[in-house]
Design a binder for this molecule. Structure first.
Ligand code: GTP
Ligand code: MG
Length: 334
């Protein structure tokens, strides 16, 4: 069921206080998660309609070849990718033969279960258990890196962690400003240099600043780049190396932000970025803007990278920890 932010941060202490307080928190979280599920459903409305339209003519009293073809087409059309689609349809056919699928309800139940299982099994948490932990955020222009960083920082502060932001997107002055605004909003320092300065130097400063301030987490913003821009991809590797030289084993997380509306191109981006730097998780943004939300399945399954966060809108609460069960339910439930 819906994950809270607290659960998603590996290394954040359990909330202090009596059992009573914990119960209150659970109640509050339940209320919020109910609210969130509604938002998730609203955010996935285009994808859900797309699926429903494709499946609308299916009669569930006959589990024949036509049904499986239609399911296949629906999944492919939703951008789930060929591998995942074949795996899901095969499994469904087998379950039907075993008598597990006889009704429409059972069909969707089993489809949800198949979808949940197809997502990569990796750790869904964001590792902030080191001191300081370093989270590097990478991705193509405009995919949502900076806003994602602001939102993660906001949630970390709520969990009582101290955060330093590194404005290593030195490409545009506006990018430094944008991160600066998030820093003010969240209440955390933003380490920056002039536009055009070496991103590696900014990262170096930010880690030093985090050490001297005894901060818990450093989040590094980077300039958007196309996966085809070789010098920029090299620069990214350099940033990665600078971090690793200062702190062994860092960055502890490398999050790749992918815009869901870019479909199969998003999958290609993810593949090439993960070849350049070791991507530990995907943040899939703008799911609200696409009818092909199945791209989440393709990225996770084909690249074997967990989706850690999803964005279903521009509000602070629209960025959420990813939960495969909720995702599947929101796609198929009326
Ligand atoms: N609808 C929608 N918009 C989003 C979502 N996530 C981010 N955005 C918007 O996408 C736009 C780009 O976000 P940024 O955070 O500036 O993207 P970026 O990757 O930092 O961009 P560059 O710095 O130019 O590379 C902003 O207007 C965000 O509000 C989402 O889940 N849904
Ligand atoms: Mg940015």
């Amino acid at each position: 069921m819906t994950r809270s932010w607290h659960e998603v941060f590996k290394g954040v202490d359990e909330p202090a206080g009596a059992a009573e307080a914990a119960e209150d928190a659970v109640g509050e979280e339940k209320e919020k998660s109910g609210g969130f599920f509604k938002r998730l459903k609203a955010g996935l409305a285009k994808s859900r309609k797309n699926m429903q339209q494709h499946m609308s003519t299916v009669m569930f009293d006959k589990l024949d070849a036509e049904l499986w073809e239609q399911l296949e087409e629906t999944l492919i059309f939703a951008d789930c990718g060929v591998d995942s689609t074949v795996a899901i349809v095969d499994r469904m056919e087998k379950e039907a033969q075993e008598g597990l699928i006889r009704t429409r309800e059972q069909f969707y139940e089993r489809l949800e279960a198949a979808l949940v299982d197809i997502f990569a099994a990796g750790d869904y948490r964001i590792d902030v258990s080191h001191h300081p932990s370093v989270i590097l955020v990478v991705g193509v222009n405009g995919t949502g890196k900076t806003t994602t960083i602001g939102k993660i920082a906001w949630h970390l502060k709520r969990e009582g962690m101290s955060v330093v932001l590194a404005a290593a997107d030195t490409f545009r002055a506006a990018a430094i400003e944008q991160l600066g605004e998030w820093g003010e909003r969240v209440g955390c320092p933003v380490i920056r240099q002039e536009r055009g300065s070496d991103p590696g130097a900014v990262v170096y400063d930010a880690i030093s600043a985090a050490r001297s301030r005894d901060a818990d987490v450093v989040i590094v913003d980077t300039a958007g780049r196309l996966h085809t821009q070789v010098p920029l991809m090299e620069e990214l590797k350099k940033i990665h190396r600078v971090i690793g030289k200062q702190i062994e084993g860092a960055p502890h997380e490398t999050l790749l932000s992918v815009d869901a509306t870019t479909g199969q191109n998003g999958l290609t981006q993810a593949r090439l970025f993960s070849e350049a730097v070791d991507v530990s998780g995907v943040v899939l943004t703008k799911l609200d803007g696409t009818a092909k939300g199945g791209i989440a399945v393709a990225i996770s399954h084909e690249l074997d990278i967990p989706i850690k966060l999803i964005g279903v809108g521009e509000q602070l609460e629209d960025l959420r920890p990813f939960d495969a069960g909720d995702f599947a339910r929101a796609l198929f439930e009326d």
